[in-house]
Design a binder for this molecule. Structure first.
Ligand SMILES: Nc1nc2c(ncn2[C@@H]2O[C@H](COP(=O)(O)OP(=O)(O)OP(=O)(O)O)[C@@H](O)[C@H]2O)c(=O)[nH]1
Ligand SMILES: [Mg+2]
Length: 292
């Protein structure tokens, strides 16, 4: 990563998230087709929240993405979220940087989205696409879970479903309750199976990217993503070191405050230090006198 990092920062990154089975992989596949038709190369990172052996998701993605297998300008990588040193977010962030450095024009990151970790992954992508399907209550759950706030584009997939209009109304009324400053999420209807709506989705992605560039938010997002990754790396090491310092013999027979001091001393932090690392100085005597 040290060698490659300076080659990154060129790719368009699109996060595709949403509840299980809404059609994220099918949609990613038709999006790959669209991007390839424009002559751009593309990378797909498909994050499986469970073990690769516990369900057929990886196999399923393989089947849905087979039409791209012989295309050398399409690189597909499935990742299981368990068992990665440094966690899923870190491993995914690295994979995105690698594909970017390799020169992929567009990188699609597919994650099953319901909880906090998925929202974190949404932070990785410049544009977050939240996919929902009609006729399943979990769409409303997802909207409640805070994913509404991270969505740059809503995709109402399986729009061939009879309940599609109801979901459209639900999304609209949820959006009305929020105060958007700047970008207002686009709502796109698709039928991933027949590829209908893919052009509209790509248009919305390009529109969002143009907004990010013109508003200066892109630069902001890049800084945030960088800081986030540095923070994750540093926290990972701090956590492991802390585990080591929390050995029972260090803490035997003393109160938790004294034990915390001892543990922090191992990090070079002295008692009375401020959280920002500056040593707190006692107030000058003159001003203390003045107060009393
Ligand atoms: N009727 C209909 N079915 C669709 C559409 N898009 C996808 N499907 C079907 O929905 C099912 C799930 O599609 P996937 O693309 O695997 O969904 P996913 O969101 O990637 O699923 P997970 O990765 O397991 O969360 C498949 O059987 C698809 O064929 C659509 O527009 N209309
Ligand atoms: Mg999938």
């Amino acid at each position: 990563m040290r060698h490659l990092f300076l080659k990154t920062g060129r790719a368009v990154t699109v996060g595709v998230t949403g509840p299980p089975g809404v059609g994220k992989s099918t949609l990613s596949s038709v999006l790959v087709r669209k991007v390839r038709s424009l002559g751009k190369s593309v990378g797909v990172i498909s994050v499986d929240p469970s073990s690769p052996f516990s369900n057929g998701a990886l196999l399923g993605d393989r089947i849905r993405l087979t039409e791209h297998f012989t295309d050398k300008d399409v690189f597909i990588r499935s990742m299981a979220s368990r068992g990665h040193l440094g966690g899923l977010a870190g491993a995914t962030a690295d994979a995105v940087l690698l594909m970017d450095a390799f020169g992929k024009d567009v990188i699609i990151i597919e994650t099953v989205g319901v909880g906090q970790s998925e929202i974190e992954i949404a932070d990785l992508a410049q544009t977050t696409v939240v996919v929902l399907q009609p006729g399943s209550g979990d769409s409303v759950q997802v909207l409640k879970a805070g994913i509404l706030e991270v969505a740059d584009i809503f995709v109402l997939n399986k729009s061939d479903h009879p309940m599609a209009n109801q979901l459209r109304r639900e999304i609209r009324s949820m959006m009305e309750m929020l105060d958007f400053s700047g970008w207002v999420p686009e709502l796109v209807s698709t039928q991933a199976l027949s590829a209908a709506g893919t052009d509209d989705l790509w248009k919305a992605i390009e529109k969002h990217r143009a907004y990010l560039e013109s508003s200066g938010e892109m630069a902001h997002k890049r800084r945030e993503a960088f800081t986030h990754q540095v923070r994750q790396l540093a926290l990972g090491r701090l956590e492991r070191r802390l585990q080591f310092e929390l050995r029972s013999e260090v803490m035997a027979g003393i109160d938790p405050y004294a034990a915390a001091e001892r543990v922090l001393a191992a990090f070079g932090m002295q008692g009375g230090e401020d959280d920002n690392g500056a040593v707190r100085r006692p107030k000058a005597r003159a001003s203390a006198k003045g107060l009393h």
